[in-house]
Design a protein around this ligand. Sequence first.
Ligand code: FAD
Ligand code: NAD
Length: 464
Amino acid sequence: MTDHTAKLLVIGAGPAGYVCAIRAGQLGLDTIVVENKALGGTCLIVGCIPSKAVIHAADEFEKARHWAEKSAIGVKVAKPEIDLAETVKWKDGIVKRLTGGVGALLKKSKVRVLNGTARFRDGKTVEVGADKGVEIVRAENIVIATGSVPVELPFLPFGGDVISSTEALDLREPPKSLVVVGGGYIGLELGTAFAKFGSKVAVVEATERILPLYDAELTRPVLKRLKSLGVHLHLSAKAKGLAKKGKGLVIEKADGEEEILPADKILVTVGRRPATEGWGREELALDMAGRAIRIDDQCRTSMSGVFAIGDVAGEPMLAHRGMAQGEMVAEIVAGRRRRWDKRVIPAIVFTDPEVVVAGLSPEEAKAAGHEIKTAMFPLSANGRAMSMEGEDGFVRIVARADTHLVLGVQAVGRSVSELSTAFGLAIEMGACLEDVAGTVHAHPTLGEAFQESALRALGHALHI
Ligand code: FAD
Ligand code: NAD
């Protein structure tokens, strides 16, 4: 049995954990990170990056198929085919490069990496179990960054043809028919991709709208595109279980009737839950906030010297939020005065078209008691959007009526994900409508729609 001591022990090397460890190493803290799978976590291995690679491949294939049918822009393509096994190999190459990169960064920061499963013995001691035996780590500070796992429906357990996003990202050929249970982030991102690969896709969503977190105005272009891709939407519908005969899913529709949807694969994407089991939580006295570990504005848990970051600490379960928490916690352990004071965590849904939200929507701002000014600028009036056939969508800005402080920005449209940086920066820096309107935006870019939305809120948009 080997014994280690460290100033900081991080459990889990996903985006939250590895960023925390790198920053701690940079600050000269004696740091150990433990990981029982590969470096990079859900995000790099089976989440953000691989899903975006598969979505990109699906977009390219769909474009080629589109041009093979009719070519308004003069591009001619003959009979495109998709070799999904090749796509998956390419995607795995990207993942390998990135996880290797994380290893190199940890090494550069002099962080020690232990491979194995960490389990608390007490609030300062963790045992790490691996094939080669058990190692003990004693640390002054411990960060729990164990991430999240997909929610399983009891009547539709994972296995066989019932898959989670992990298996969906590893399929060697597109299923002929795919039923997606859950019309949220993952269901719609991957459902859209498989529809583009040629699968017959149906989405079963329990609420009355797709992407129910966002308002109907924002998700309307996504709904329109799903329909044009031939995706069947079953809204206000519930999955009930596998069909007794043949391959299919029994659903209960909004009117109470049952229907069997044919399905070669059933992708269940009804949310993710914090990974709070398997690491000895029972040995600790941690307060919980629902299924997540309760944290304060420094990511401290109810136990002294124990922090929690990333998905295990609850919503929003986004990689960039975990990374920002990880960086902050490393600095706190190094003695810096930090607390969570971020104004905004932008979120993107990589559907077609993409959806970006940063800060408050008009409804949320009103519910928070603000009197607001809001304006929307359509991409149909933006030259860049026209030149890339991305006219369906808009940028919408929300500001305080009195001070014009920007409270939120939302957008839907082709390639608008990259605008999230501008939206986030404006809100984080406390920009007013006049600041956005008065910034010279390069032409021709989608970003001009952001400037025009601010101009429009001020009553003098130039291009509409
Ligand atoms: P994780 O990335 O889950 O990492 C936790 C790590 O801890 C894992 O590697 C796990 O093996 C390890 N671990 C757990 N228990 C132990 C233990 N006892 N001992 C040792 N190691 C342990 N977010 C975005 O922001 N943008 C996106 O585009 C996006 N796309 C996504 C697409 C999909 C298909 C999925 C599933 C998720 C996506 N997410 C996206 C969410 C994102 O992946 C998570 O928010 C992010 O990975 C959370 O980071 P984390 O470090 O908290 O946890
Ligand atoms: P989600 O919360 O985004 O969506 C789940 C959907 O399933 C909801 O619309 C919900 O109403 C529906 N639902 C729940 N139970 C159901 C049932 N029994 N039958 C039918 N529908 C049901 O969850 P997800 O898509 O699994 O994604 C999990 C998390 O991963 C997200 O919350 C997000 O934090 C993260 N993620 C982020 C990105 C991104 O940033 N682009 C991409 C993928 C995942």
